[in-house]
Write a protein that binds this ligand. Structure first.
Ligand SMILES: [Zn+2]
Ligand SMILES: [Zn+2]
Length: 68
């Protein structure tokens, strides 16, 4: 697999969108595994997740009423 930005050999795959990322173009981003409970909701987050810097993970879950 190659980096999506520069065609170097990819070091890993973006956790969010699946693009290949090389050592130069990767970055760390917290990744929310799950959200549970309410008042207040709590989330389990993994820090340092591989991120391609191209896609834009949204900080909040987005409601998708069309899927229900
Ligand atoms: Zn690259
Ligand atoms: Zn990505």
């Amino acid at each position: 697999m190659l980096c999506a930005q520069c065609d170097e050999s990819a070091r890993g795959v973006c956790r969010f969108c699946g693009r290949g990322v090389c050592a130069t173009h990767h970055a760390a981003m917290p990744f929310i595994i799950t959200v549970f409970g309410n008042d207040p909701p709590r989330s389990i987050v993994v820090g340092g997740t591989l991120w391609c810097q191209v896609c834009r993970p949204q900080p909040e879950p987005i409601a998708m009423p069309e899927l229900t």
